[in-house]
Design a protein around this ligand. Structure first.
Ligand SMILES: Cc1ncc(COP(=O)(O)O)c(C=O)c1O
Length: 362
C-alpha cells in the first residue's frame, strides 16, 4: 500500500481545523478517574424536554420508514405564526449551524470576504475556510462588538456579516437600535446574519430584529435555535426568518430531508407548547444572575452576559484552571490562552461550579 493518502483533498478542507465540540461528562470521568462529573461546556439546557415533546418524538419514531417532509411545512407554518410573519419568511434547517452553512453555500464564493467580530462562534471561521473565502475578524472591545468597526470592515468583496447576539463565548448582546445604525452603513447586497441562538435568555429591551429590522432591511437574516431555550440540542433544529427572496435561495441548498422526521415532530410540539418552557427559561435567567453576582462578589470582573453562560477572562491561566475544574468534575469550555465559558446549569450544578472555582483559585 502506498503511504500517500487517498483522494486529492481540497486545500480548503485539508487545512480546516475540525470542529471541537464541548467535552462530555463521561469522557472527563474516564480521563480523570472520577465519577459524577457535570457538563457545563456546550450551552445546553439542563432540563429534560417537556412531556408533549417526548410524546411527539415517541409517536413519530414509528414512522421513520418514510422520509420526512423535506420543506418541514407544518413546522415552518407554526414558526411563522409564532413570529407574526408569512410562511415564506421562514426556513427550517438541521440546527442553526446547518442554516449558517447554507447561507455560506448560497452567498459566498472563493475569495469573498466574511466580516465578523472576533472572538465569536467557532463555526464562522470554519465555514469561511470551507468556502475558500477570507475571514475579516473585527476585534471585540471589552467582550462586546465595535459595530462601527464592523461596518468599516465591509468592502466590495464582502458577502456576509455575522453578528452573534448574545456573543458566544463572551455573552454581551446588541440592541436592534445599535444594529439599525450599523445596517444603515452596509450596502443591501451584503447579507447580515443576526445569530440569535440564545435569544430567549435576552432582556426584551434589546428588541426583536424580526420586527425591528427585517421590514426595513431585506438583507437581514435572523437565525434562531431550538437547541438552547427549548432544550432540543440533540434533535438538531434551527430556523431562519428572512426576506422571502433570501429564503427561496437558501432553501435550494438544504440537504434533502436534513431535518429528520423525529426532529420535525419534536420541534413542532415544542413550538406549540412554548409557553410551558417559560418557567424553565426564567430559572436559567435567574440562576445566571445569581452566578454573576456570586462571581462578582468574589472579585471577578465579567462581561455583561445575556446568554445561558458566563465567560471568565483568564489569559495564561486558562488551561490550568480549566483542568483543575475538570478534576473536580466540572467540565467547562476553554479557549486556550483566553478564558473559559461556563454554561448555566441547574442550581445544584451552578453551586458545584462556584465551589470548584473557589477551591481552584484559593
Ligand atoms: C452563536 C451560536 N449560533 C448557533 C449555534 C448553534 O446552534 P444549533 O444547535 O441550533 O445548531 C450556537 C451553539 O452553540 C451558537 O453559540
Amino acid at each position: 500500500m502506498s503511504a500517500e493518502s487517498p483522494g486529492d483533498v481540497r486545500p480548503a478542507v485539508s487545512q480546516l481545523p475540525a470542529y471541537r465540540p464541548g467535552k462530555g461528562a463521561a469522557q472527563a470521568e474516564a480521563e480523570h478517574g472520577i465519577i459524577d462529573a457535570i457538563k457545563l461546556a456546550s450551552n445546553e439546557n439542563p432540563y429534560a424536554p417537556i412531556p408533549p415533546v417526548v410524546d411527539a418524538i415517541t409517536a413519530a419514531a414509528v414512522g421513520v420508514n418514510r422520509y420526512s417532509d423535506h420543506r418541514a411545512g407544518e413546522l415552518r407554518s407554526a414558526i411563522a405564526e409564532w413570529h407574526g410573519v408569512g410562511d415564506d419568511h421562514v426556513t427550517v434547517g438541521c440546527g442553526s449551524v446547518g442554516l449558517i452553512q447554507q447561507l455560506f453555500l448560497t452567498y459566498v464564493d472563493p475569495g469573498d470576504e466574511v466580516v465578523t467580530p472576533w472572538r465569536s462562534f467557532e463555526v464562522y471561521p470554519i465555514d469561511t475556510m470551507l468556502m475558500g473565502a477570507q475571514l475579516v475578524p473585527v476585534p471585540l472591545a471589552d467582550g462586546a462588538f465595535d459595530l462601527d468597526a464592523v461596518a468599516d470592515a465591509v468592502t466590495e468583496r464582502t458577502k456576509l456579516v455575522l453578528i452573534a447576539t448574545p456573543n458566544n463565548p463572551t455573552g454581551p448582546a446588541v440592541s436592534t437600535a445599535a444594529l439599525r445604525a450599523t445596517l444603515e452603513q452596509i450596502p443591501r447586497r451584503v447579507i447580515v446574519l443576526v445569530d440569535e441562538a440564545y435569544r430567549e435568555f435576552v432582556d426584551p429591551s434589546f428588541g426583536d430584529p424580526v420586527h425591528d429590522l427585517l421590514p426595513d432591511f431585506p438583507n437581514v437574516v435572523v437565525s434562531r435555535s431550538m437547541s438552547k431555550a427549548y432544550g432540543l440540542a440533540g434533535l438538531r433544529v434551527g430556523y431562519l426568518v428572512a426576506d422571502p427572496a433570501v429564503v427561496t435561495e437558501v432553501d435550494k441548498t438544504l440537504l434533502p430531508f436534513a431535518v429528520n422526521l423525529v426532529a420535525q415532530a419534536g420541534a413542532l410540539a415544542a413550538v406549540r407548547h412554548r409557553a410551558e418552557y417559560q418557567p424553565k427559561i426564567d430559572v436559567i435567567i435567574s440562576e445566571r444572575e445569581r452566578v454573576v453576582s456570586e462571581l462578582e462578589a468574589a472579585g471577578w470582573q465579567l462581561f455583561p452576559t445575556q446568554a445561558n453562560f458566563v465567560y471568565l477572562e483568564l489569559g495564561d491561566r486558562t488551561d490550568g484552571i480549566y483542568v483543575e475544574l475538570e478534576r473536580r468534575g466540572v467540565v467547562t469550555r476553554p479557549f486556550a490562552g483566553e478564558g473559559i465559558r461556563v454554561t448555566i446549569g441547574t442550581p445544584a450544578e451552578n453551586d458545584r461550579f462556584l465551589a470548584a472555582l473557589a477551591d481552584v483559585i484559593s
